[in-house]
Ligand binder design. Structure first.
Ligand SMILES: C[S@@+](CC[C@H](N)C(=O)[O-])C[C@H]1O[C@@H](n2cnc3c(N)ncnc32)[C@H](O)[C@@H]1O
Length: 215
């Protein structure tokens, strides 16, 4: 019997793990998401698989958090998101609320956002403005924001506190600030920033801390 050459040990690419893990977070139950968002996300996940876009699958809000955020923006006219990643959340907000404009800021320009934007109708993507800007640099003359979503970087205390301080003046009286990944063990900076800022609020979904701006 000819002897078979020994096969080299199977190599596992450590880079694949976060991608696969992220995919499983994103494809977990989407039961409470509106149908149009479920349809958009199905196609976005397909594109992310083709592009092997790790940031999209590991960095975008997961279905449970997204569903809670979409409830909070239902009546909003002007939403600002600090931290865009692939743009899935910003595009989902514009999809569910046809009266809403979304401004989303990220410190890095990512060409791949275009691949996701074209998955929604033109009138939806035309209401989403992608800006490459550091969130802590301030809101300029922007005012009357109904909902501000703070979701910057790796959520250190500084990455949470400084963008909030820079953008809080833009939020209208009675408006809402939503902090992502509150009380998640991997991101203690969010709760630390909220404590330092002395904010009191409510928990929505799994990990959204919601603060309303007093009059
Ligand atoms: C968790 S992801 C945002 C996810 C996004 N909100 C979503 O749900 O799809 C964090 C993003 O913050 C961005 N970022 C990091 N530092 C920043 C800064 N100083 N200003 C603005 N964006 C920043 C990163 O490039 C990354 O895309």
């Amino acid at each position: 019997m000819p002897r078979r050459a020994a096969l080299p040990p199977k190599r596992v690419d450590p880079q694949q793990k976060p991608f696969r893990e992220g995919l499983s977070w994103q494809t977990g139950s989407s039961a409470s998401l509106p149908d149009e968002v479920v349809r958009f996300r199905r196609r976005a996940i397909l594109v992310a698989r083709l592009l092997r876009d790790e940031l999209a699958v590991t960095g975008s809000a997961v279905p449970r958090d997204l569903a809670a955020l979409l409830d909070l923006v239902r009546d909003a006219r002007h939403v600002v998101e600090l931290g865009t990643a692939a743009g899935w959340t910003a595009l989902s907000v514009a999809l569910v609320n046809p009266a809403c404009r979304v401004l989303t800021l990220d410190d890095t320009h990512k060409k791949r956002r275009h691949a996701y934007s074209i998955l929604v109708p033109k009138d939806v993507r035309s209401r989403v403005e992608f800006r490459t800007e550091r969130a802590e640099l301030g809101c300029g003359a922007i005012r009357d924001v109904d909902v501000l979503f703070v979701d910057v970087g790796w959520h250190s205390l500084e990455e949470t506190r400084d963008p909030f301080l820079a953008w809080e003046p833009a939020v209208r009286t009675g408006g809402t600030v939503v902090f992502h990944d509150y009380r998640r063990p991997d991101f203690p900076g969010v709760a630390a920033a909220i404590d330092e800022l002395g904010l009191t609020g409510e928990l929505h979904g799994g990990s959204l801390f919601v603060w309303r701006k007093p009059g």
